[in-house]
Structure formats: structure tokens, C-alpha cells
Design a protein around this ligand. Structure first.
Ligand SMILES: *[C@@H]1O[C@H](CO)[C@@H](O)[C@H](O)[C@H]1NC(C)=O
Ligand SMILES: *[C@@H]1O[C@H](CO)[C@@H](O)[C@H](O)[C@H]1NC(C)=O
Ligand SMILES: *[C@@H]1O[C@H](CO)[C@@H](O)[C@H](O)[C@H]1NC(C)=O
Ligand SMILES: *[C@@H]1O[C@H](CO)[C@@H](O)[C@H](O)[C@H]1NC(C)=O
Ligand SMILES: *[C@@H]1O[C@H](CO)[C@@H](O)[C@H](O)[C@H]1NC(C)=O
Length: 455
């Protein structure tokens, strides 16, 4: 008893060893095969030995999905016996060990086992055992899917849910995929798929859900895409409200523009449907204009005003607003075009105005202090007319007026002479002949009016 047991153990271990070694004699390319209902399916077997050097003996059997096992074929290298029940259904031709199943139906699903004994003729009776299993599925190809959306109309963001359904008339083991603008719809807290993904519930709908939807139905043997994409329109916004301008200089919320410049401000926000825009002056708390564009023409320097743009989506009933400060100032290094025009005129004007102001101011101060020209001139004027030289008075009804004007207007750039004249005027107040003194003063003035007066 013990001897036989040990013997059996030995044989077993030898067999296990041999089986492991012999794994290279045949090959079944894939352990799972997907068949199409009504079509045939071949379970191929590749052999890695010379048929004429070996004697073979084997079987093909089938275990259904419910676990019923049936012997299909028994074969050697020269002959085969196919079960009568399957004679028209399967095809086997030795010595090729591949099995062909014809006109597949659902009952053909399951595991197909190949058991093989190989004995090489030149080898001392050693038998190599081979065992392989192929799982077979049988599917009906999917028909073209049809996509539907509920509700069919456009929806408002955050308020509505949308249900997508994808259906096929035919097909087994169908799974669905959803594409928005040709990108696979991924996972999200707002997306709820049915088990086979035939329905997709979006709850609630957001702006990013808008787009063109398609579904794809597939199973192991086929894949079909719906012919027609369905658009999802979402009402949303306003988002990303902002004010822009091609002109002026922007620093954060402050736009600086040149005085006298006509500036356009554009208010934009992302929204569906289009927003309505309102421009409001904050200071005056009044609506300036309706529409996305604001026109500002400003002259006053150092003027600052706050403007507000309000965007309103009348479908979502949401609004947003943004404000900015407009400052009017000379932009030294602002926009080339505008400053150029401005600069072409300004240097001369500015210098002239400034020097005139300075000189005028100085003169005013000086005269107040020392000259009191009015008093002097009045005194002169009050002298008898006979004392004055007549020709000089011709064409000048009021000499006092002339003196005053010339002193002021023609002095610029001649500060010294102006001061000198004033000093002399003050000094000579007590001198007898006032006329000469006055005319001397005016002689320093180089312009023509002074000359004409001298003659
Ligand atoms: C099949 O096996 C027999 C031995 O049983 C052998 O004589 C014969 O040559 C083999 N046939 C082929 C085609 O290998
Ligand atoms: C078995 O037959 C099929 C079809 O006739 C063929 O494609 C395949 O190569 C054969 N296999 C062997 C091992 O000869
Ligand atoms: C959308 O679905 C949520 C649940 O996911 C529900 O509470 C809500 O009432 C639905 N809204 C509409 C408009 O059907
Ligand atoms: C909503 O606004 C759009 C454009 O801004 C306008 O055409 C439409 O008439 C408005 N609808 C209502 C109900 O006010
Ligand atoms: C602006 O005017 C509106 C009415 O036109 C008023 O309701 C609001 O209180 C005012 N705001 C300020 C800051 O005065």
C-alpha cells in the first residue's frame, strides 16, 4: 500500500513537472474571444512541434455559463469524433487542433477547454499533457444610438437640471460614453450616471456644461456614435466684468487721461444672453448712459471722477458691477499720438505764460513798492497842455494809458532796463522837467510803439 502511494506521488510530481515543461508545445493566442451572434468564431491553436514526430490525443469540451459541461470533440492525429448534437454547429478537422463554431448564439457562450496528450515517437513513451481554456462571449452589435435631452429648451445656470438619455435598438452588454465638444465627459459631483451610463443627469447645470453633446454606445464587438449632436444652451452670467480702454493710462482701478482727450471705455462681461449695461457716475449718482460704451471728454485738469459699470443679465436675473476712477492729468509718457499733438503746442505756450506771469508779478510788486506809476503819470498829465510838445500828443488822446501799457507789455526779457527806469522815475520825481524823464524811461523800450512816441 505504502509503495503504491509513494509511486503515485512520484508520478504526480513528474506529471506536474512535465506539464510545466511542456507549456511550450501549443499556444492559444487569446484566452477570451468575443463572438458576434450569427457569425462563426474560430478558437485557434498554434503547435510548436512536428506532427509527424508525435502521436496526439485530445478533446474539446464546453462549459456553459450555467455550468453544464459537454464533450464536443475527441480526436487523435488521424481521426476525430464530433458529438452528434454539434455536428452542424462546430467544425473540427484533425490534425489542426483549432475549433470553429458556426452561427454563434447565446448558448455558445462559456468556457472551451482543450485537453491534449502528446507522445513523441522518438521518446521513451513520455506523455506530455496540455490544457487550455478559452472564454467565449457572444454579442449582438449595437445599433446607432439616439440621444435625447430633457428639458429640450435652454436652461438657466444653477436653477435647472438636465437629463441626457442615449438609447440603442439593438445590442448586448452595451455601455455608453458621453462627449461634450468631442471631449469625454468626466466625473463631477454634479454628474449622475446610470449603471450602464445610458442616462446622465446634470444637477444643477453650470456654464461649463454648455456645448455640443454626443453619446457613444459600445460592446465587446462593436461601437457606434450617435449621428446627431445635441446642443445644450445654458443661460449664465455676468462673469468677468471688466472695463477697458485703448486710451489713457491704467493703474489698477485708476485711468489717467489727458485733458481735452476724447476717451472711450468699454464694459464687458461674459454672459448668455448678452448683458444690458448701465454707466453710472458715482459722484452725481446718476445714470450717464446705457450700453457697453462710455464716452468721456474732459477738459478740467486734476479732475477725478468715479464711474461705475453695471451689467445685468435679464434671464439669470444676476448682475455685477465694477468701478474705476478717472483722473485728468497731463500724461508725460502716455500714449505717443496724443501727447505729441499736445507737446507740439505746449512748450512755447507754457514758457511764455510762465515767464509773463513771473515778470508781471515781480513788476507788480516792484511798482507797488517803489514806483506808483499811476501817481507819477497823473501828475504829468495834470500839467498844462501848453507846456507839452504838441506833435507828440497827436494820435494819442490819452498819454497816460500808453505809458502804462508799454511799460508792462514790452518789458519781458528786459528786467534790468525796467528796473532802471523805475528807479530813475522814483529818483526824478522832484526834478523840474518831468517830460524828459518819462520819455527817457520809455526810450529803453525797444519796440516800435515807443519809437513812434519818441518822434
Ligand atoms: C499518427 O499517429 C500514428 C501512430 O498512432 C502514426 O503512425 C502516424 O504516422 C501519425 N500520423 C501523422 C500524420 O503524423
Ligand atoms: C488550422 O486551420 C486554420 C484555418 O484553416 C489555419 O488558419 C491555421 O493556420 C491552421 N493551424 C495549423 C496549426 O495548421
Ligand atoms: C434638480 O435636482 C435636484 C436634486 O439633484 C432637486 O433637488 C431639484 O429640485 C431639481 N431641480 C429641478 C428644477 O428639477
Ligand atoms: C433681455 O435682454 C435682451 C438683450 O439684452 C433683450 O433683447 C430682451 O428683450 C430682454 N428680455 C426681457 C424679458 O427683458
Ligand atoms: C442713488 O440714487 C438712487 C435712486 O436713483 C438711490 O436709491 C440711492 O440710494 C442713491 N445712492 C446714493 C449713494 O446716494
Amino acid at each position: 500500500m505504502e509503495a503504491t502511494g509513494r509511486m503515485a506521488l512520484c508520478v504526480c510530481s513528474l506529471l506536474v513537472l512535465l506539464t510545466e515543461i511542456s507549456a511550450k508545445f501549443i499556444n492559444v493566442p487569446s484566452s477570451i474571444r468575443h463572438g458576434i451572434e450569427g457569425k462563426s468564431l474560430r478558437l485557434p491553436v498554434e503547435m510548436y512541434f512536428q506532427l509527424d514526430e508525435a502521436e496526439i490525443q485530445g478533446t474539446w469540451s464546453h462549459t456553459t455559463t450555467s455550468g453544464i459541461r459537454t464533450m464536443l470533440v475527441t480526436f487523435t492525429n488521424q481521426s476525430s469524433i464530433t458529438d452528434m448534437m454539434y455536428r452542424n454547429h462546430i467544425f473540427f478537422k484533425e490534425p489542426n487542433m483549432s475549433l470553429l463554431i458556426r452561427r454563434l448564439n447565446q448558448r455558445d457562450e462559456g468556457d472551451y477547454h482543450l485537453n491534449l496528450n502528446i507522445e513523441f515517437l522518438n521518446n521513451s513513451g513520455q506523455v506530455f499533457k496540455e490544457e487550455r481554456t478559452v472564454r467565449v462571449t457572444v454579442d449582438v452589435p449595437v445599433s446607432t444610438p439616439v440621444i435625447e435631452k430633457s428639458p429640450s429648451f435652454a436652461v438657466v445656470e444653477d436653477k435647472a437640471n438636465v437629463t441626457w438619455t442615449c438609447t440603442v435598438e439593438r445590442g448586448t452588454r452595451v455601455v455608453f460614453q458621453w462627449f461634450r465638444d468631442n471631449v469625454l465627459v468626466g466625473l463631477s459631483d454634479r454628474y449622475h450616471f446610470s449603471k450602464d451610463k445610458s442616462t446622465l443627469l446634470i444637477s444643477p447645470v453650470k456654464k461649463e456644461d454648455k456645448g455640443s453633446y454626443r453619446c457613444v454606445a459600445s460592446n465587446p464587438v462593436s461601437q457606434e456614435r450617435c449621428r446627431r449632436a445635441v446642443e445644450l444652451t445654458v443661460y449664465y452670467g455676468p462673469y468677468n466684468l471688466e472695463v477697458n480702454s485703448d486710451q489713457g493710462l491704467r493703474t489698477g482701478e485708476v485711468f489717467t487721461i489727458n485733458p481735452g482727450e476724447l476717451v472711450f471705455f468699454d464694459c464687458r462681461a461674459d454672459s448668455n444672453p448678452a448683458n444690458s449695461y448701465v454707466w453710472i457716475s458715482k459722484g452725481r449718482n446718476t445714470t450717464i448712459t446705457v450700453g457697453p460704451r462710455l464716452e468721456v471728454l474732459s477738459y478740467r485738469l486734476a479732475q477725478a471722477e468715479d464711474y461705475l459699470c453695471r451689467a445685468f443679465n435679464n434671464v439669470t436675473q444676476k448682475q455685477d458691477e465694477t468701478q474705476f476712477t478717472l483722473v485728468v492729468a497731463s500724461l508725460g509718457t502716455g500714449k505717443e499720438k496724443h501727447t505729441q499733438d499736445y507737446n507740439a503746442v505746449s512748450p512755447l505756450a507754457v514758457i511764455t505764460v510762465c515767464s509773463l506771469l513771473i515778470i508781471g508779478g515781480m513788476l507788480l510788486v516792484f511798482f507797488r513798492k517803489a514806483c506808483h506809476p499811476k501817481r507819477v503819470l497823473m501828475r504829468i498829465y495834470n500839467r498844462p497842455i501848453s507846456d507839452q510838445k504838441r506833435p507828440h500828443r497827436s494820435g494819442h488822446e490819452d498819454a497816460t494809458e500808453d505809458f502804462g501799457i508799454y511799460e508792462f507789455v514790452s518789458v519781458p526779457g528786459k528786467m534790468e532796463s525796467a528796473q532802471a527806469s523805475c528807479r530813475s522815475l522814483a529818483r526824478l520825481e522832484s526834478v523840474q522837467d518831468m517830460h524828459t524823464t518819462i520819455y527817457d524811461v520809455i526810450r529803453h523800450v525797444p519796440e516800435t510803439p515807443g519809437q513812434s512816441l519818441l518822434k
